[in-house]
Write a protein that binds this ligand. Structure first.
Ligand code: FES
Length: 362
């Protein structure tokens, strides 16, 4: 039971700046201030984002729109970014990254959460997290932007990739984007056509929007236009800005068939390189750890193997929590194969493997 309503703690959030300044100078401990604030409301903290569940809506057989109202610490969030959702399960803290499908006024946000076979956190949220529950979120990250250049916009989503694109689409249409928009959503079965009713309504209200669902599983036999992504699906979009979001293989297929402006987000773990790994020297400069590693595996995996605990979230190159600075050497992006060798460049440890000896600022 909270002593203060959530709207009041949102309103009071700016008044906490003097306390923040004191914790920054180490004159107060943030954990102690948080403990006092949490007694007044379970979602009140100095800097951390807590939110209360205010709504749940199934938007397909396996995808839930979870609506939350955040405390006053979710600043500058944009639809299309991701946030980490943290839950304590059986005494162990679990985290998972989800797309922001809506960022509204008054701290209201919406996340798209898909059921994952064996996914402990997702399935707990889907089956047991009630309206009224309070949970912790990370800060929002992600760079996807609505493409303003081009004669129109093509949105290609596979599976739950729709959640990263839907928020951008909703916002663009709401602010009056009138150039053509084509959304192709690839799903295995008809029941996975998430947000179908809303997208059909949007098509009626915005004649510039076309949405097609393409079935890639068994149901594809009955859909002559269905099937997995192929270059022909991009016909008519040659001068569009393109956004593609889905598993790494899907994103790679789009990338290989597209020569124009493209933003992508791949959410499955990067594939290992199959050739034998070359031995490399890893220098984790800030931790003063030097070790032998290999050129096959991600730097996150190898840092953990050597006893380091770098911050991380999704382990799939999405949330950016594992970003660190490359001080020297060359790394390869495990999703695209692209090399990065610029000293001072930020890299994501979970999707970067060393191409030779490297030095990192962790
Ligand atoms: S852990 Fe999320 S980007 Fe690396």
């Amino acid at each position: 039971m909270s002593l203060l309503p959530l709207f009041l703690i949102r309103w009071l959030a700016p008044l906490l700046w003097p306390l923040r300044a004191l914790t920054t100078r180490a004159w107060l401990r943030e954990a102690e201030v948080d403990a006092v604030l949490a007694r007044l409301h379970p979602a009140w903290r100095l800097n951390r984002v807590f939110a209360r569940v205010v709504g749940r809506e199934w938007v397909s057989d396996d995808l839930l729109a979870l609506r939350l109202r955040c405390n006053g610490n979710a600043r500058g969030w944009r639809a299309g970014q991701h946030v980490q959702l943290h839950l304590q399960l059986d005494g162990v803290r679990h985290s998972r990254s989800y797309s922001l499908t809506r960022v509204g006024a008054g701290g209201l946000i919406e996340l798209g959460i898909r059921r994952q076979p064996g996914g402990r956190l997702s399935n707990r949220v889907l089956d047991h997290l009630p309206v009224g529950a309070v949970l912790e979120l990370g800060q929002a990250r992600g760079e996807l932007q609505w493409p303003e250049q081009g004669a129109g916009v093509g949105l290609l989503a596979a599976g739950s990739g729709i959640t990263a694109l839907l928020g951008l689409l909703r916002e663009a249409l709401a602010r009056g984007y009138t150039a053509p928009v084509t959304l192709l959503h690839y799903v295995r079965e008809a029941g996975q056509r998430a947000y179908q009713a809303e997208l059909q309504q949007l098509m009626l209200r915005h004649p510039n929007l076309q949405v097609r669902w393409l079935l890639t599983g068994q149901d594809a036999r009955h859909d002559p236009q269905g099937g997995r992504f192929q270059a022909g699906h991009l016909l008519g979009m040659s001068d569009f800005g393109l956004l593609a979001c889905g598993p790494a293989g899907f994103v790679e297929a789009v990338r290989n068939n597209w020569g124009g402006s493209l933003q992508v987000e791949a959410f499955s773990p990067p594939q290992r390189i199959s050739e034998p790994g070359q031995a490399v020297r890893l220098d984790f400069a800030r931790s003063r750890v030097a070790a032998l590693g290999d050129s096959n595996r991600s730097l996150l995996e190898q840092a953990e193997e050597h006893g380091l605990r770098p911050a991380h979230g999704c382990r799939q190159g999405i949330c950016a929590s594992c970003t660190c600075t490359l001080l020297a050497g060359t790394v390869r992006d495990l999703r695209s194969g692209e090399p990065f060798a610029e000293p001072g460049q930020p890299i994501r440890l979970c999707v970067s493997a060393p191409l030779g000896d490297v030095q990192l600022d962790i």
